[in-house]
Every structure is written in structure tokens, then in C-alpha cells.
Write a protein that binds this ligand. Structure first.
Ligand code: ADP
Ligand code: MG
Length: 399
């Protein structure tokens, strides 16, 4: 899949997406400059010109607001922040104590007056105020005087409602952005992985994050079929902790469970199987205890969440119009997101679907990179959005 993509220069590709987006937005008329609006003093408005010559996106920002990790991409610089989506604040006053990696260290270790939470846990914004505080922290962290009011692209989980969408927009504006545009995660992942998504060819993206997994079939720059399930890496961690509690009477925290998953977790049999030593509190004696765990045990422990993700992939394929399904059978499925790093995941998907499967070069960053590349075409994306008409070929739905 990646070989096919390499024939396209990324700028050309995005210009093409923007063109398709604009075409959709304007009811089929192709790539025309918008009417040039003048200020009262007769000079051109700056942003009008940007429709004709896309700005380089320098000083603008893209944020991948993930359930597990938030990444900030600055135009012209690349990814400048990559931190866990965690915020620690005072329960009573709401005062923010720490954000990101510092706050993550506090999970499970805070006194009663402080709570360290992942506000996006299941892909939706459960606690708006906390999300806003987190977003503001990350934006302020990279703001400098040159980009006092950046334009911002936020990639949010596709499960967000219109209300939450507006909430993210407002939080971004309140945090200092001049303009903000939201893009769909699978589109950003596909752009970041270098797929030529603007072609009338079906491309399938599977993004397994911390709290959600998203599958989408993309054609002509837009989503044709998609599915979002609230199962991801965290559910695997929970399944591991549950297994340890019930089978070994061992209590472990979520970070230990995650470490076990990353070290010996697998979706298919390993040759040879591996082991890891795990420390926790024995539920019966109440004392700290260490045990040796095997990769086979962990594979069984995470089988439940794995099955749910695979079922969602199969369901998405079933809903895919036949022509596009044919394209996917030829070009394969692209995997993105940290959850797909579990060893053997791509082999399992290939075995279960019969499709070729490939992983994005950098599964943890491709959404942020794709959102960042879309910065170059901010204005076209905004036009497409404002029209309220999907910026993709709706005619393909159910074709
Ligand atoms: P989100 O987009 O929701 O923020 P990410 O794409 O950043 O999520 O992925 C985070 C998830 O990926 C976490 O559940 C984490 O445990 C998992 N993860 C990260 N690296 C690995 C790895 N090497 N093996 C297995 N899982 C991993
Ligand atoms: Mg993500």
C-alpha cells in the first residue's frame, strides 16, 4: 500500500484532497477561487488570497486529541509535544496541578483532594472543563510570540457529537486559537500514512487507540463507511488486570497491566513464548508478591477485546459497497494507532479477514502528522465544513 502511495508528492496529494473537498462544498463546481472580498478601505482581505495560494501553514498547529496521547504538530516544525492525555487537578477548586506525563505519574497515587484523570477515556469528552484545561495547557505550551493566535486543526475521535465538536472548537478559541477546524481521525491517519485518499478507490484504515477503535473506508477524500467501538488498548490492560485478580489473586495497577501488555502481549502464538515477572499485592495475604507470567496467558486474557475489534473490522467490511471492497481486497487494510502495536496484530487481522494488511510506518504519530499536513489547506477544509455538506462524494454511499 505504501509503495503505491510513494508515487504522489504529499503536497500534490493534499492539494487534490482540498480540491475534492471544495468541489463537494460547492455543489460540484470545480476549484474556483472564491469571490474576492474587499475591506472598507478597498484592500483585499488577507484570507481571500489564501484560497488561491495555500499558505505554508507555518505558525499554525494541529492537535491529535487522543484518548491515550495528545500530540501537537506545529507547521514548519513537526511534532513538538507528545504526552499522555492526563490532567491532575484539585477536586474542590479545579486548580490544575499537572498535565501530561507529570500527571500520568500521579494516576493511582493521588491524595483524596487531587484527581488525576484521562478526560477522553472513551473517545468522547466526558468532562468538558477538564478537557478544555488540558487543551489550553498544550496550546499555551507551544505558543510563542510569532504565533500568538495560530490557526488550529484538531483531530478528535470520530464518535464526538455535534455539541462536543462545538465544545472543542470553543475550548480551542478560548485557549488562544484564531480559527479552528476539526478533522476526522481516519482521514488524518490515512493522510499521515501517505495513502492517496483523493482517488475514487476504496482505502480502509483501522485505528486502535487507547479507549476507542475506529475503522473507516475512504474514497474520494471522504469517509464512505465507518464504525467506532469503545474498545482499545485500555480494555486490554483492564482484561489483564482482571485476569491477574481472578486467576493469580494478584492486584496490579493500570500502568503495570499496560507494561505487561507491551512487553509480552500478543495476538498470535509467539515462537518461543515469553515470560515476564510481575509485582503486585496478593489479595489473600495482602502482601507484595511477584509472579512469573507467560505470553500465552496474556494472549488468552486479552482475547475478548481483540475479538471485539476484529468483529468491528468484519462488520465494516460487510457494509462496504462491492466496488470499494474489491479495492480493499487488492490494496489491503492500513493499521494505525498504538493498539495495533500488540505483536502479531496485523497477522491476526489478515488471517481473520483474508485481506492484505500493512502497518503505518509510525502508528503512534501518523494521525498528528496527517493533521499537520492538512494545515497547508486549512482554508479549503473550512469552506468544505461550513457548507455543512459532506466534503466527499455522498453518491458513493450504498452504491
Ligand atoms: P489514542 O489515539 O487513543 O491516544 P494511541 O494511538 O496513542 O491512542 O495508542 C495508545 C494505546 O496504545 C495505549 O493503550 C497503549 O498501551 C498502546 N500501546 C502503545 N505502544 C504499544 C506497544 N508497543 N504494544 C502494545 N500496545 C501499545
Ligand atoms: Mg489516536
Amino acid at each position: 500500500m505504501r509503495e503505491g502511495a510513494s508515487a504522489f508528492s504529499s503536497d500534490l496529494r493534499i492539494a487534490e484532497i482540498a480540491r475534492v473537498a471544495e468541489k463537494g462544498a460547492r455543489g460540484g463546481r470545480f476549484w474556483q477561487p472564491v469571490g474576492i472580498r474587499l475591506r472598507r478601505d478597498g484592500t483585499r482581505k488577507d484570507n481571500t488570497r489564501r484560497h488561491l495560494v495555500p499558505s505554508l501553514g507555518v505558525n499554525d498547529m494541529a492537535i491529535d486529541l487522543g484518548t491515550a496521547n495528545t500530540l501537537v504538530y506545529v507547521g514548519g516544525r513537526g511534532i513538538v509535544v507528545s504526552e499522555p492525555s492526563v490532567i491532575a487537578s484539585d477536586v474542590e477548586t479545579g486548580e490544575v496541578h499537572a498535565v501530561g506525563a507529570d500527571a500520568e505519574l500521579m494516576i493511582g497515587r493521588t491524595p483524596a483532594s487531587i484527581s488525576a484523570v484521562r478526560p477522553l477515556r472513551h473517545g468522547v469528552i466526558a468532562d468538558f472543563e477538564v478537557t478544555e484545561a488540558m487543551l489550553r495547557h498544550f496550546i499555551r505550551k507551544v505558543l510563542d510570540r510569532r504565533m500568538a493566535h495560530p490557526r488550529l486543526i484538531v483531530c478528535a475521535p470520530s464518535g464526538v457529537t455535534e455539541v462536543e465538536r462545538r465544545a472543542v472548537e470553543e475550548a480551542s478559541l478560548a485557549a488562544g486559537a484564531r480559527r479552528v477546524h476539526l478533522i476526522e481521525e481516519p482521514i488524518a491517519a490515512a493522510i499521515g500514512a501517505g495513502l492517496p485518499i483523493e482517488e475514487p478507490v476504496g482505502r480502509m484504515v483501522v485505528d486502535v487507540g487507547g479507549g476507542t477503535s475506529e475503522m473507516a473506508v475512504i474514497s474520494l477524500g471522504g469517509i464512505v463507511v465507518s464504525r467506532s467501538v469503545r474498545v482499545g488498548g485500555y480494555e486490554m490492560d483492564e482484561a489483564i488486570a482482571h485476569y491477574l485478580r481472578t486467576t493469580h489473586q494478584l492486584a496490579v495497577g493500570s500502568r503495570t497491566a499496560e507494561r505487561i501488555k507491551i512487553e509480552i502481549g500478543s495476538a498470535v502464538a509467539l515462537h518461543p513464548e515469553e515470560t515476564v515477572e510481575v509485582r503486585g499485592r496478593h489479595l489473600l495475604s495482602g502482601l507484595p508478591t511477584a509472579i512469573l507470567l507467560s505470553s500465552g496467558e496474556i494472549r488468552d486474557a486479552i482475547a475478548g477485546p481483540m475479538r471485539e475489534v476484529l468483529q468491528a473490522i468484519r462488520d465494516t467490511l460487510e457494509d462496504t459497497p462491492p466496488e470499494l471492497a474489491g479495492d480493499i481486497a487488492r490494496d489491503g487494510i492500513l493499521l494505525a494507532g498504538g493498539g495495533t502495536l500488540v505483536r502479531g496484530f496485523s497477522q491476526l487481522v489478515a488471517a481473520e479477514t483474508g485481506m492484505p494488511v500493512s502497518s503505518a510506518e509510525s502508528p503512534l504519530t501518523c494521525v498528528a502528522v496527517g493533521s499537520g499536513q492538512a494545515l497547508d489547506h486549512f482554508d479549503q477544509l473550512s469552506i468544505a465544513r461550513r457548507s455543512r455538506r459532506p466534503a466527499y462524494a455522498a453518491d458513493w454511499r450504498g452504491a
